[in-house]
Ligand binder design. Structure first.
Ligand code: UD1
Length: 424
């Protein structure tokens, strides 16, 4: 079992290069299943979720090769049984439903897994596919979707702007007969990235980034070469690492427009921000002010940065308040923050954090990806030594986090824990 050993209370300084977006790369890989031929994806992050998705694609009949940050995918004939152990380890694999159903007329997937951050039903995905003519049956833990005569375009209104459902229906609709309209669609920047990729393959989609997306079905899709957009959540995580350690530095290779809610929160806490081109500079103030943030779908404050912001709020002077509206169990990390000495009170989906606290390093357990990132940030600010266990969660979405932090002056090393949790 991997863990990060952190000697905290060091100001971070320097520049960090942000990787390609996990939440785009995974979906672009899936979108390739709709096409034919040789694909090239650049700026693909080297994270375990990408390796897992590569395994899913291979099991479906595609050929995949990651060389540096370039992923080559070769798609010819495919089959529609998805491997249970891979799907269960990563929720994003449910995205293969739309593309395979559209292409093969059937697909069978195990119910997905992923981060342990609350109920994550699939009703919006499934109802969208049903409105396009699919019949769906649940067989134990497996979903079988069929559309033997092909999917047909439909006018679909989502009850909630689900990111995954927007992508799934958008992909399915590329090969459906006629036009599909998705209303109350999610507006996340990753969706615009997928639209651009699908259109480069020959699809006819417009509206990504707005609440109404229109897809006109085509007979067949080809292949494309494409570069994955930068990871706005990784960028935000490093900005908060500078902030929590009282440091200063830059994230580069980013689209600052994609994370303005975070930049606004950091400014409200007294952080100095300067964005120019694809780089954002941050300088922490001497005294951090508290923040008040409510997570919501884009362009709101991203739920994927809520735990990291909570960690930073432990260093603010006064009461910060964070309200989570996207997932129903995303505060599992609070008990770990308390072990470091943080003063937090949770009432339902709202958390109050009282700072500033002199955090003291200790042994911590990451329960999911973003919680793990938050604990690393808190450990960087804490006095003394912390051990953040559960590095495998962090590796799902952060490429070489320890190396990027070391380059900023952090004392963080990866250790393997033997039986009994002792460092080896
Ligand atoms: C994606 C991101 C994740 C991010 C989330 C919200 C990927 C791989 N993951 O997850 O990092 O935190 O967007 O920005 O891109 N819901 C339903 N029924 C459905 C679908 C969703 O009730 O059919 C609910 C979920 O339970 C959750 C909320 O909607 O409470 C948001 O989910 P959704 O937007 O679908 O997130 P994901 O696509 O799973």
């Amino acid at each position: 079992m991997g863990a990060f050993l952190v000697e905290g209370a060091r100001r971070l300084q320097g520049t960090v290069q942000v990787s390609g977006a996990k939440n785009s790369a995974l979906k672009l890989m899936v979108a390739a299943l709709l096409g034919h031929g040789a694909f090239g994806l650049d700026n693909v992050p080297r994270i375990t979720d990408v390796y897992t998705m590569a395994g899913v694609l291979e099991s479906l009949g595609a050929r995949v090769n990651l060389d540096g940050h370039r992923l080559a995918i070769e798609v010819n004939s495919l089959q529609g049984h998805t491997p249970e152990h891979l799907v269960k380890s990563m929720r994003a694999s449910v995205q293969v439903m739309g593309p395979l159903l559209a292409r093969l007329g059937w697909v069978e997937v195990a119910l997905p897994g992923g981060c342990a951050i609350g109920r994550r039903p699939l009703d919006i995905h499934l109802s969208g596919l049903q409105q396009m003519g699919a019949s769906i049956t649940l067989n134990g833990e497996r979903l079988l979707a069929r559309a033997p005569r092909g999917l047909r375009g439909a006018d679909i209104t989502f009850r909630y702007p689900s990111v995954g459902a927007t992508e799934n229906i958008m992909m399915a609709a590329t090969l459906a007969k006629g036009e599909t309209v998705i209303r109350n669609a999610a507006r996340e920047p990753e969706i615009a990235d997928i639209q651009a990729f699908l259109n480069a393959m020959g699809a006819r989609i417009e509206g990504a980034g707005t609440p109404v997306i229109r897809i006109r079905g085509v007979g067949e899709l080809g292949s494309a070469d494409f570069a994955v957009m930068p990871d706005r959540i990784e960028a935000g995580t490093y900005l908060l690492a500078f902030l929590i350690t009282g440091g200063e530095g830059s994230v580069c290779g980013v689209c600052p427009d994609h994370f303005s809610p975070l930049l606004n929160a950091v400014r409200s806490m007294g952080g100095e921000i300067a964005a120019e081109g694809d780089e954002v500079y941050i300088a922490a103030p001497k005294k951090l002010r508290p923040c008040a943030v409510v997570t919501s779908p884009y362009p709101g404050f991203p739920t994927d940065l809520q735990p990291q912001l909570a960690a930073a709020a432990t260093q603010a002077q006064g009461r910060s308040e964070l309200k989570e509206t996207v997932f129903d169990q995303r505060f599992g990390y609070l008990s770990e923050l308390r072990k470091l000495g943080a003063v937090v009170r949770q009432r339902g989906q709202t958390v109050a954090i009282y700072g500033p606290t002199r955090l003291k390093g200790t042994r911590l357990q990451a329960g999911d990806l973003r919680a793990g990132a938050a604990l690393v940030l808190a450990a960087l600010a804490a006095e003394g030594r912390s051990l953040v266990q559960g590095a495998q969660h962090i590796d799902r979405g952060y490429e070489q986090m320890e190396h990027k932090l070391q380059a900023l002056g952090a004392q963080i090393t990866r250790v393997e824990l033997g039986e009994g949790g002792h460092a080896q």
